[in-house]
Design a protein around this ligand. Structure first.
Ligand SMILES: [Zn+2]
Length: 253
């Protein structure tokens, strides 16, 4: 295939992923580091880190698309870990593109939409306000499950170890917020959601869940956030014939 111009690809991604809908995101979404002017091979990963950058360099990738980028709220200095990371990218002329909250929320490619889909939960609506925008979705299972059954479905489907905390309710109406989304519990209670599925465990959520009678399922920050970047990779492959590869670097958290 003919290489694609980086500028064209970036402006397509910015629009398709609706970056402008999230002006309050702390992540500097979009192109964070500029590499070669043309793109043939694209790496996909959850976290921008030196391991991922080195693998991308070994595999001669031109562009990396990640959920958690390098720049959060501006650059203070480029030293230590930051220097090493940026040097690896610049030496190999790899571009880095980050897409954080838009890729939790996105109705087609987002982590939360994708989690509903793979768990066969029928989407009912947005929920879970974060930085002024609802980034999660809630939906309904065709058949009620016990919390134990639901947790094992999550473990099998997302290839993870889940922690489930329940207070006797069955699972039917489920709210999903990837990553550290537990504060969506207030919205969950308001909507009558019986089960909240989020990524990272939170101690603070326990007593709230107990008093609100909302089941909690913590499926892991990493495991709930591989789906969005993978979906973007598949779309780029379909639309432009670009070679895309997922670089797995699980944290187990
Ligand atoms: Zn995250």
């Amino acid at each position: 295939m003919k290489p694609l111009s980086l500028t064209k690809l970036i402006s397509f991604l910015d629009g398709e992923l609706k970056l402008s809908a999230f002006p309050g995101d702390e992540s500097a979404n979009g192109l964070q580091v500029e590499g070669k002017g043309s793109v043939q091979k694209v790496g996909i990963a959850v976290d921008a880190c030196d391991y991922v950058f080195r693998v991308a360099a070994e595999r001669s990738m031109d562009l990396l698309i990640v959920h958690h980028g390098l720049i959060w709220g501006g650059i203070r200095s480029i030293r230590g870990v930051m220097k090493k990371r940026i040097k690896t990218l610049l030496d190999a002329e790899i571009s880095l593109y980050a897409c954080h909250l838009p890729l939790d929320w996105h109705p087609a490619y987002g982590n939360n939409s994708r989690i509903l889909k793979v768990l066969s939960i029928r989407k009912m609506g947005e929920f879970g306000e974060y930085h002024g925008k609802r980034i999660g979705y809630w939906g309904r299972l065709a058949h009620e499950l016990s919390l134990k059954q639901f947790a094992s479905l999550v473990e099998r489907t997302l290839d993870t170890k889940a922690t489930a905390i329940g207070f006797g309710r069955k699972v039917k109406n489920i709210g999903v917020v990837s990553g550290g989304g537990w504060s969506a519990i207030y919205d969950a209670e308001r909507l009558g959601i019986d089960t909240l599925l989020v990524g990272e465990p939170s101690h603070s959520a326990f007593t709230l869940a107990e008093e609100m009678q909302v089941n909690l399922v913590f499926a892991g920050h990493y495991a709930t956030e591989t789906l969005g970047v993978r979906a973007v990779g598949e779309m780029l492959q379909r639309k432009f014939g670009l070679r895309t590869e997922f670089i797995d670097h699980p944290t187990g958290l």
